[in-house]
Write a protein that binds this ligand. Structure first.
Ligand code: ADE
Ligand code: ZN
Length: 326
């Protein structure tokens, strides 16, 4: 089976994490932003992360080159051009509005830039997309409330709100009030939990933030009761195996716990997270899981179908797309 061509949905990708070294350098030149790299090789050489926080430091520094509405369109368009060749039929894009605020870019400008890229992707490749702005959990809960209040007047233009950034010491409970406002407005919620943080954060994401999906969630197996509960409730876990390894969550792909997550009956899906920073897009993750983790074709088909059914598309569209998987 051609795992690259296998139809799939990308449900866990950070738009700023699709900023390829060449584009980072080009935008740095265009926007006159100083970056400590002279060429693509130097950028890639700097991308050695021992932890989530080590990654995030370079990640926030890199996205400083995004300065205009058009930059967001260029970034979005380039992402879709890339994954059109990896079987992606639908994508739900995370982005971090708060990370662009100090450059003077408001939420609506960012939204406009990304939406134009999404429209072009639909025309050029037939790929559909939905947007999920995320709250940065390293910032204080008051900042989260301010962002939510800025975003909600535009709630028809995104489908859910997420929670991302440094996990350790930043429990979901801190953001319960902000997420309550999001849900009261009729939107869905998702949260990164159990990537570096404990299973307790997964429990809080479900019980206090009301999430429809957990992003990562790989540490869930440390709590067997929670594992059973999440499996029974079929709450999807959007797992990003290669990114986990590159951020030091697992020592190697061969030691990733994906086979055990599947065995435990969890509703796992496979994704890329920050593909430009690890040079591994979603199709590359499917191939690596087959070749290096021994995940069987049948399981990968199930995962691909589930990526559509776990999406936030209307039901008829979820069904239509999942039926594309052979
Ligand atoms: N933002 C971008 N990538 C992330 C990750 N892997 N975990 C948390 N926040 C992120
Ligand atoms: Zn992520």
């Amino acid at each position: 089976m051609d795992l690259m061509a296998l139809p799939k949905a990308e449900l866990h990708v950070h738009l700023e994490g699709t900023l390829e070294p060449d584009m980072l350098l080009a935008l740095a030149g265009k926007n006159q932003v100083r970056v400590p790299y002279a060429n693509r090789e130097e950028v890639l050489a700097a991308y050695r992360f021992g932890s989530l926080d080590a990654f995030l430091k370079l990640y926030y520094a890199g996205m400083a080159v995004l300065r205009t509405v058009e930059d967001f369109t260029t970034l979005t368009e380039a992402y879709f051009d890339k994954v059109a060749g990896q079987g992606v039929k639908h994508a739900e894009l995370f982005f971090d509005p708060q990370a662009h605020q100090e450059k003077g870019l408001g939420f609506v400008q960012i939204l406009e830039g990304i939406e134009e890229g999404c429209r072009r992707a639909k025309v050029r490749h037939g790929i559909s997309s939905l947007l999920i702005p995320c709250i940065l959990r390293h910032l204080d809960p008051e900042a989260a409330l301010r962002l939510v209040d800025e975003m909600l007047p535009h709630k028809d233009r995104f489908v859910a709100v997420g929670l991302d950034s440094s996990e350790q010491g930043r429990p979901p409970s801190l953001f319960a009030k902000a997420f309550q406002r999001v849900r009261d407005a009729g939107l869905r919620t998702v949260a990164h939990a159990g990537e570096e943080g404990p299973p307790e954060y997964i429990r809080q994401a479900i019980d206090l933030l009301g999430v429809s999906r957990i992003d990562h969630g790989v540490r869930i197996l440390e709590d067997s009761e929670l594992t059973k509960r999440v499996a029974r409730a079929e709450i999807p876990l959007t797992v990003c195996p290669v990114c986990n390894v590159r951020l030091g969550v697992f020592g190697s792909l061969e030691r990733h716990n994906l086979p055990r997550l599947i065995e435990a009956g969890l509703a796992v899906t496979l994704h890329s997270d920050d593909p430009a920073y690890i040079q591994f897009y979603i199709g590359d993750n499917y191939v690596a899981c087959a070749q290096r983790l021994g995940i069987q074709e049948g399981a990968l088909r199930t995962i691909a179908r589930r990526s559509f059914t776990a999406s936030f598309l209307p039901e008829a569209e979820r069904e239509r797309l999942s039926d594309l998987v052979p």
